[in-house]
Design a protein. Structure first.
Lengths: 149, 656
């Protein structure tokens, strides 16, 4: 292998904690891997499992969901909803054949710029190790082939 | 047909130093739907904004993407510029290529590629943006202040003096808080009661302030400008309107040996009592748990003695509802329980006390009338050892933070002791002397130089009793030697901790708190008096350990925030709220359960004859805060969130 694989990661984050934490990492001029693309939402409670599936379907090798720490949600308990949803969604992922480790969940507060940078580096490394995510593409290909019969 | 303008900001070298802005602009020019794209050195500067406005007008743009700094920085600036050019401000979105791209990556090529993807994704979102109008909500110009200590009183007075109504709620039987317990205050050594009681009286007599003591906030609903608050008036069993505060009932009460909370258990109180002599209001309360009548059904001596028949044993708690526009939380602190330090013998040896207890000894209105006496035998102590950081800056047994006030009050204690017991010797074990503040360092120097306080830099390992003395073993790290001091009294400079129910109360009012239970400010540096919830402000030690000047300053700051809010009749709010498609809504009410703000009602849809056809969810835009939790819950995809619609987010994902 000449070049290491560079995963493409989509992060769904809430604007009040993790997005602000990511901004803080920037203001503090911390450096981290350029593999992540952030989608800003009001709250992790807004994150539909469909967004995650769509990202994976569209070619993301990994998805990160991050919001406020439990108890700290700007909207009181949106992050608890997200956590509960994630628990259910995880088993659905497994059922559909998408490995659970393609989706990561974390809490980053607005004050945790350095934690954000560390997190991005560590998830990038994790996804790099996992290699390209092509199960979904294969799945689509298979169904398409099946349909032509 | 979408006509999007993409404007790539260099931010001097901040963006252009890493990202190839020309390449980014060229890539955007090629992107479908982009009508115009150009770059500029500083778009936030006037000429930059003008060029954006001109581009909007010249090209009849239907949307704008600013590839620039974080939306938390200049979203408002650029949206305003768009509005000035006749474009709905909510058709402008920011692609954050500074904080989340140029500043955090080292490789220019990779950063440029990422910037292209971020900007492209935003263009795809903007294509689906809708015209939105800000939501106007009315403001109830009445404030609620929770906590009647110095911070709460100051905030209440400032708001009331500006002509606005205030409800001041205090859960104890009197206003005053911790400040009324103190003897003298640093760095001036003026009597705490003498400066505090006039404030208490002023608040109680102010025509714009409604003081509710022995009352607790039961619930807070609503939102900025429109809170609905329920306050529980705990039953005092004494009628506030008839009682004149003569105190006969207190004198005659046969139960006299209850440890007084106000005197930190050094003094005793009766079952019917006022916390202290200068209490405001001066109406006593009956302590139900200790009252003989409530325990056995017999006694009622207080009722017999009261000539005005003010005592009513059948009194019930009362709930009062208030409509409130803004809330100041000033719930204060507690001192840490020092019994966790077994080695210091607090709770084991009577003569080991904490700083607040020392205040009660030193206070002229205290149980010893200002004499420093050993609790064990009532004798004047000849040697007193003060141990600083008893709990503070101790990750193992106490708290990691510095309680901020202990260096100063310990210096003051040693000074007060020297003034009262001229032959006495005060030793202070300290880690550092933190005396930052106006007149503070001078104060500690005065203690050392004039009152001969001996400072020993080091920690205490053990306190034990020997021949009627308290033996204190510590280390003097400056001499590098262990020391043992035979003391008559040991005073622990106990850590300030949040109120024990601080976290629960934060949930009642809906604000954030840190790992300890101190309330979180919206921004540590730039928004230090606002909580993360709009319309709720913080004052005093409920946020972090503070001394009196800091608490008062913050209280006045919070009051000015409240008054700024009350200066308008209506508030404008971001139109990021949920909307419902009533045609597809099945009325499953999943959203009602999900909504943290009770913003979703059930609405009847009736035909012309008034017959109910179906019931659907209906979002109250005044209450909705725009979190979008309901949208994700909605099984029929009827709900959506303005500004963050399903389509917009899918478009963003597809654009990456």
């Amino acid at each position: 292998m000449s070049e290491p694989f560079e995963p493409k990661i989509v992060a769904f984050v809430c604007t009040y904690c993790t997005y602000a934490g990511a901004d803080l990492a920037g203001t503090s001029r911390l450096k981290y891997a350029p593999n992540v693309r952030i989608i800003r939402l009001p709250c992790t409670g807004r994150i539909s499992p469909m967004f995650i599936l769509k990202a994976l379907q569209k070619g993301a090798d990994g998805v990160l969901v991050s919001g406020c720490h439990p108890g700290d949600c700007h909207f009181n308990h949106g992050n608890y909803h997200a956590r509960r949803r994630w628990t259910v969604f995880r088993s659905l992922l497994e059922f559909t054949g998408i490995p659970q480790d393609r989706v990561k969940f974390s809490w980053i507060s607005a004050a945790e710029g350095s934690k954000f940078a560390e997190l991005i580096n560590s998830v990038t490394e994790d996804f790099r190790k996992l290699g390209p995510f092509d199960q979904y593409k294969k799945l689509i290909k298979e169904t398409e082939t099946a349909a032509t019969f | 047909m979408a006509k999007i303008g993409v404007f790539v900001c260099h931010c001097g070298e901040n963006i252009a130093g890493k990202i190839d802005c020309k390449q980014l602009t060229a890539a955007m020019e090629q992107h479908p739907g982009v009508a115009v794209a150009f770059d500029y050195k500083y778009f936030c500067a006037d000429p930059g904004q003008e060029s954006v406005k001109k581009a909007i007008r010249d090209n009849n743009l239907t949307g704008v993407v600013m590839a620039a700094c974080s939306p938390r920085m200049h979203e408002a600036t650029f949206r305003k510029a768009c509005a000035e050019a006749g474009l709905n401000p909510y058709l402008c979105e920011i692609a954050n290529i500074r904080e989340q791209c140029s500043w955090v990556h080292t490789d220019g090529e990779q950063a440029t590629q990422k910037a292209v993807e971020i900007t492209r994704s935003m263009v795809e979102k903007v294509k689906l943006n809708n015209n939105l109008q800000p939501i106007e909500v009315p403001v109830t110009r009445k404030a609620l202040v929770i906590g009647g200590g110095i911070a709460g009183i100051q905030a209440a007075l400032d708001i009331a003096n500006a002509g606005r109504e205030v409800v001041l709620v205090e859960r104890e039987a009197s206003l005053g808080g911790h400040m009324s317990q103190l003897s003298e205050t640093f760095p001036t050594l003026d009597c705490s009661q003498c400066i505090m009681t006039p404030r208490m009286v002023e608040a109680a007599q102010h025509p714009k302030i409604k003081v509710l003591t022995y009352a607790e906030v039961e619930s807070v609903d609503g939102y900025i400008g429109n809170f609905k608050v329920k306050v529980r008036m705990k039953s005092r069993f004494v009628d506030m309107h008839t009682c004149t505060g003569c105190g006969d009932c207190i004198i005659k009460c046969p139960i006299k040996k209850i440890p007084s909370e106000f005197d930190c258990a050094i003094g005793k109180r009766t079952a019917i009592y006022t916390p202290f002599a200068q209490a405001v209001p001066n109406t006593p309360v009956i302590d139900k748990a200790n009252c003989t009548y409530f325990k056995t059904g017999k006694c009622k001596i207080c009722a017999k003695i009261c000539e005005l028949n003010a005592i009513n044993f059948d009194m019930q708690d009362e709930i009062i509802d208030f409509e409130i526009g803004a809330i100041v939380v000033a719930t204060g602190f507690q001192v840490q329980d020092n019994s966790v330090y077994g080695e210091y013998g607090y709770g084991k040896y009577k003569d080991v006390i904490n700083g607040l207890q020392f205040e009660r000894f030193a206070s002229a209105s205290g149980p010893t009338a200002g004499k420093i006496l050993r609790p064990s035998d009532g004798k004047e102590p000849e040697t007193v050892v003060f141990i600083q950081c008893a709990g503070s800056r101790d990750a193992a047994k106490g708290v990691r933070y510095c309680s901020k006030i202990c260096c100063m009050y310990t210096a003051k204690h040693a000074m007060l002791y020297a003034h009262k017991v001229h032959t006495g010797k005060a030793h202070i074990f300290y880690m550092d002397i933190r005396a930052a503040g106006k007149g503070y360092d001078e104060f500690t120097r005065r203690g050392i130089e004039e009152d001969e306080t001996s400072y020993l830099r080091g920690r205490v390992s053990k306190v034990w009793e020997e021949n009627g003395k308290l033996m204190v073993r510590g280390v003097d790290t400056l001499l590098g030697k262990p020391v043992v001091i035979a003391a008559d009294m040991v005073v622990l400079a106990t850590a300030m901790v949040p109120q024990p129910d601080a976290k629960d109360f934060a949930k009642v009012i809906g604000i954030g708190y840190d790992e300890y239970g101190f309330y979180n400010e919206a921004h540590l540096k730039l928004r230090p008096v606002e909580s993360s919830t709009a319309g709720i402000f913080l004052a005093g030690a409920c946020q972090s350990p503070k001394d009196i000047p800091d608490s008062v300053s913050q209280a006045s700051a919070a009051a000015s925030k409240v008054l700024a809010l009350f200066s308008k009749e209506k508030l404008e709010r971001e139109p990021v709220v949920a909307t419902n498609n009533e045609a597809t809504c099945a009325g499953c009410w999943g959203c009602v359960l999900a909504c943290p703000y009770n913003a979703i009602d059930r609405k009847d849809i009736v035909d012309r004859s008034g017959k109910l056809i179906k019931r659907v969810a209906s979002v109250n835009p005044g209450l909705c805060q725009g979190c979008g939790t309901c949208v994700t819950f909605c099984r029929s995809h009827s709900l959506d969130l303005a500004g963050f619609t399903e389509k917009q987010i899918f478009a963003e994902v597809m654009g990456l």
